[in-house]
Structures are given as C-alpha cells and as structure tokens.
Design a protein around this ligand. Structure first.
Ligand SMILES: Cc1cc2nc3c(=O)[nH]c(=O)nc-3n(C[C@H](O)[C@H](O)[C@H](O)COP(=O)(O)OP(=O)(O)OC[C@H]3O[C@@H](n4cnc5c(N)ncnc54)[C@H](O)[C@@H]3O)c2cc1C
Length: 428
C-alpha cells in the first residue's frame, strides 16, 4: 500500500541529515537499523571504532558550529602525528620531506629525480595522477612509494586515476622543505590538516548523533524499486511510499539499478562507475599509548593494511588500553576472505607495534561495501550522463555516493543542504 508523502529522502547519512534538517516534514528512509551512514561508530571494549579513520578538519564555520552544538566533549588537536611504514620500519611522513630516513643511495637518487622533475614539469599540466606524482615528487619516489601505495589503496595503476580527488589529500612538493629533510634537519611541518577535532567519547558519530533527534527517520527500509513516473518507492519489507519530491543519497549505481525504465546509455554509464570496499580490523590492546601516532600509512606490499589509525589517541584518551584500527581496501569486484585478511593484519600489527596476541583484549572486523569512489578517467562523464537523466525525471541526488565524487563530511552534509534549497526553489 502506497502512502502519499511530501519529500522523501533515501539514506540517513550526513547528506540525508543535511537535506532533512533543511526540509520541514521530510521523511528519511534508511536501509540499516541506525543513522549516520559512513559517519557511524560502534563500541568495542571501552572505545568506539569508526568506518575507517574519520576526523573533522573542516574550516567551515557552519559545520564546526553544528558539531560543537551536538558534541560537548571535543578533543581539539593542532597538527597530526603521522608516519609511514616502509620495509617494516617507521619513517617520516610525507616521505619527500624525510628523505634522510632512506638509505643514502636511494636518498640521493630520489632527491636528484625530484629536482629534475620539478624543473622539467614547469608549464606542463598533468593529465593523470601518475603524471602529477612524477612531476611533483620525481620518478624514484613515484616508483618506490606512490605507485605501490596507489595499488594498495586504490587497487589501480596511477595512470588510470584522474587528478580531481587530490585537493586536501596530498601534500604539494615544497623544495626547501624537501632539501632540509634530505639533510637530516627537521622539515618544517607541512600537515594536510593543521587543526582537527575528534570526540572525547563515542567515536566520530558523537559529532552528529544528537542532530538525528530532530529529523524523522524510518529504519530498516531499504529501497528496492523507484518508479519516477508514478513517483513511488518500494522497500525490501514490501511497503511503499508515494512522494512529491525525492532526494537520493544512496550509491548511484544502486539507484540506477532499482529505477524503472532507465535508458541503456545510462545503465552503461552506471556500469563504468567503480569504488573500493573496505575491511576495518579493530583491536583493543592492553597497553597505554601503544604508539604515539594518530595514524600511519603502510607502503609494504606484503602487509595487507594500507592505513592504521589510533582512535584512543584521536580521542585524547588516558586509558591504560589503546584502540587501533587497520584498513584494508579492495576493488568492489575483487573476491576476498575478510577472516583470513584480518588474521594476517593482526600478525603484521603485532610485529610493527610490538604487542603480542595476549595483549589483545578485544578484536573484531567489519566490512564496508562502499569506501572510496574511484576517480578514474571515466568517472566524470559517466556521472554527468546519469545525473542528467535522473534530474530529467525529477530525481535529485546528494552526498558522496549520490554525486559519486569524493566529499568530506562537511561537503556531504552541504550537498544535502544544497539539494534541499533546490527543491524549495522548485516548489515555490
Ligand atoms: C574510509 C573513509 C574515511 C573518511 N574519512 C573522513 C574524514 O576523516 N573526515 C571527513 O570529513 N570525511 C571523511 N570521509 C567522508 C565521509 O565519511 C563522507 O563524506 C560522509 O559520511 C558521506 O555521507 P553520505 O550521506 O553522502 O553517504 P553515506 O554515509 O553512505 O549515507 C548513505 C546512506 O544511505 C543508506 N542506503 C544505502 N542504500 C540504501 C537503500 N537502497 N535504501 C535506503 N537507504 C540506503 C546507507 O545505509 C547510508 O546510511 C571518509 C570516508 C571514507 C570512506
């Protein structure tokens, strides 16, 4: 039985939250039994674990106000403690600013390649990520570090990626800093994020939990069919609703798959969208501050984890135990055995951080079906084709997976607020 409603929003992540807070009377339908989407955190032992490392590094006043209103106990950090792991040892991050940590021959080769690349690339615009990396950091660091890490993190060769995802993610080459670092002097701090915030309790979701009390969310309502002509959405539990206006924040390929009468070029475009999936392996270790890092990146191919974060340090915990999370990425189409991978990650982390299996008081793993949207060179055209058709049938999308491009939390929420503004304009 279909009940007529005004505005229907699919998905209760941050984009759905932003849209619902801006649209009076909107109702949100969420597939899971909890709000938050990717911003959700789960308890394990005395800590909370996120779905991959999450911090608030936003500079947007409205967003900082939102998280401060929702969460009273915030740990504010100025500068991050981040390292790389290479050949089983910790070295400085980013590697180009810490060349003195590399063996002498490699350090010399890396420095000359980097200087040559900076000179050769003057006036040229990189067409893909590989060209950007080679012209920024030189061929030695590109081959030894960036190519290997791209394979672990993006599951792709560097040349297949575009450059539209780089902003705020990679540190641009600063020659003075690089030379200082190569000579063993402390490079001047070049943080991706100068200041960031994390809740003292409850994990990342504590920034948003209270805001969900102000919106109307129906849980365990996975949309399985959308009929834009009849303006109805059907759910897995057999129920359905009618709508006047619809906002979808669910992953674009899924939206296309459940929508009726989609033309073949739009379906083909959806087949060209790719993303990574994520395995989070969570540990509570019976040691205070098992490492002083907030997070670190692992370049070694033999180690499954690409990034390890330390939620207990992010929260500024003074506990006698530590919370550690390792992230393993795969392309969404790759087969995997999370159980086996989690065991192998546990072994690697014990070697790296010097704890034993007896020190692990809690252990769990969780898979996340959608992690990063892959910004390959097909992405932008395929997304434009899909969004144009959807908007033609009055289906509006928001959020990281709704717009299918990387958005930080503030941008995801803003994307929901923006689409709400558009709907209000249309109905006025
Ligand atoms: C590994 C990782 C680390 C990150 N770290 C940071 C960080 O440090 N700082 C930062 O600012 N941002 C970070 N982000 C980005 C941030 O998590 C996202 O921008 C934000 O959470 C996206 O919100 P969203 O609402 O767009 O999507 P989602 O959170 O995915 O929300 C979509 C919702 O739709 C629901 N849904 C899916 N299918 C259906 C269906 N058929 N029917 C109904 N509901 C459905 C889902 O369950 C989900 O709740 C990170 C992202 C990742 C992947």
């Amino acid at each position: 039985m279909s009940v007529d409603e005004g505005v229907v929003i699919l998905g209760a992540g941050l984009a759905g939250l932003g849209a619902a807070l801006s649209l009076d009377g909107a109702r949100v339908y969420e597939a899971e039994n909890h709000p938050g989407g990717h911003a959700y955190s789960r308890p394990l032992g005395e800590f909370h674990f996120d779905q991959g490392a999450h911090i608030v590094h936003s500079k947007a006043d409205w967003f900082l106000r939102t998280v401060q209103e929702n969460c009273k106990d915030i740990h504010v950090l100025s500068g991050s403690s981040v390292k790389n792991v290479w050949n089983g040892s910790f070295i400085g991050y980013p590697v180009q600013n810490h060349l003195a940590d590399l063996p002498l021959d490699m350090r010399t080769a890396a420095l000359s390649a980097l200087v040559r690349a900076n000179v050769d690339s003057v006036g040229s615009e990189p067409e893909n990520y590989e060209e950007w990396v080679r012209s920024s950091y030189g061929s030695v660091l590109a081959d030894e570090f960036y190519a290997v890490f791209t394979k672990k993190y993006w599951r792709r060769p560097m040349a297949s990626l575009g450059t539209d995802w780089l902003s705020g993610r990679l540190i641009p080459a600063d020659l003075d800093n690089i030379v200082r670092g190569a000579m063993g002097a402390d490079a001047q701090r070049q943080d991706v994020f100068q200041e960031f915030r994390y809740p003292k309790h409850g994990g990342y979701f504590a920034f948003f939990a209270a805001a969900y009390d102000r919106i109307d969310v129906r849980y365990e309502r996975r949309a399985v069919e959308l009929d834009p002509r009849e303006k109805t959405v059907a759910f897995e539990d057999g129920s359905s609703v009618g709508y006047e206006q619809l906002v979808s924040t669910i992953p674009l390929p899924r939206l296309v798959a459940i929508t009726k009468d989609v033309p073949s070029d739009v379906r083909d475009a959806a087949d060209r969208l790719h993303h990574t999936k994520l395995l989070c392996v969570n540990f509570v270790v019976d040691r205070p501050q098992v490492t002083d890092n907030h997070w670190f990146y692992i370049y070694d191919e033999a180690v499954e984890a690409a990034r390890v974060s330390v939620p207990s340090n992010l929260a500024g915990s003074s506990s006698s135990q530590s919370a550690v999370q390792a992230e393993v990425f795969r392309d969404h189409r790759e087969e995997w055995n999370p159980d086996l991978i989690a065991d192998s990650v546990a072994g690697s982390l014990q070697d790296l951080l010097g704890f034993s299996s007896n020190d692990i008081t809690e252990f769990s793993w969780r898979t996340v079906s959608h992690a990063y949207v892959i910004s390959d060179r097909d992405r932008a055209a395929a997304v434009a084709c899909i969004l144009e058709w959807l908007e033609g049938v009055s289906v509006y999308t928001a959020g990281l997976y709704g717009r299918w491009r990387y958005l930080w939390s503030d941008q995801a929420m803003a994307s929901g607020i923006n689409v709400a503004g558009l709907l209000k304009e249309k109905s006025s």
